[in-house]
Design a protein around this ligand. Structure first.
Ligand code: ADP
Length: 212
């Protein structure tokens, strides 16, 4: 069994919570001059490892427990929502030209495509756009819905799903990103983006939190 070793930021968080708990994630972030989103993976690790307890609408407090969780247990507790990024979406009637610009502007490799009501209709990867660019003169006249991978063939995941499950899906389907969605009667609303980079980041935070 690997005992947990905290990184500097996780130690700082622990000290703040010990001295000030219960305290919200927002307040911890403020004290560290960081955003709540930046802290999310550290808070997730500290909670999963048993250092901190979290209560909805109350905040984090020091559990006082001696952490002794092994790495596979921590890994099984990691959720998509703890590591997801902000999604970048485009409407299905935007042109391939504009989608390429959007990809550069937002520095992402995958765009999610939505209809007028913001329901997920498709996915656009870098290669989808590259393929269309080859031999096509006027990319501003081709709407993305013609070239995207469309529903129901889009692979997605949920915020509360184990991260490991989503990682399996990325590898099995040989894709770079999954939209994180909420199911509604009329369709799927996109609330996040889970990429191979997020999985790599989770992998690193795991190694930082354990004696590896
Ligand atoms: P790239 O093609 O740039 O290497 P991907 O490997 O992610 O990027 O995409 C490969 C193909 O799979 C593309 O045609 C893309 O539209 C499709 N694709 C990407 N993400 C998904 C997804 N979440 N669900 C279904 N198809 C996807």
């Amino acid at each position: 069994m690997s005992l947990i070793e905290l990184n500097k930021r996780q130690e700082e968080i622990l000290q703040i919570v010990k001295g000030n708990g219960p305290i919200t994630g927002e307040q911890i972030a403020e004290r560290l001059h960081l955003t709540r989103a930046t802290l999310r993976p550290d808070l997730a690790i500290l909670t999963m490892a048993g250092f901190l307890d979290a209560r909805p609408r109350v905040g984090y407090f020091y559990s006082g427990k001696k952490p002794g969780q092994d790495i596979s247990e921590t890994m099984n507790n990691m959720k998509v929502g703890d590591f997801q990024s902000i999604p970048v979406v485009v409407r299905e009637d935007v042109s391939v030209y504009d989608a390429i610009s959007q990809m550069f502007l937002d520095d992402v490799g995958t765009l999610f495509v939505v209809d007028k009501k913001s329901f997920l209709t498709g996915v656009l990867s870098r290669k989808d756009l590259l393929r269309t660019s080859l031999g096509n003169q006027d990319l501003s006249t081709i709407p993305v819905h013609i070239i995207m991978t469309r529903m129901p063939n889009v692979t997605f995941c949920f915020k509360n799903e184990p991260l490991i499950q989503a990682a399996h899906r990325l590898i099995n389907q040989q894709i770079d990103a999954l939209p994180v969605v909420i199911e509604q009667p009329e369709g799927l609303k996109v609330i996040g983006r889970l990429t191979k980079t997020n999985i790599t980041r989770a992998f690193l935070s795991l190694s930082e939190s354990h004696e590896l």
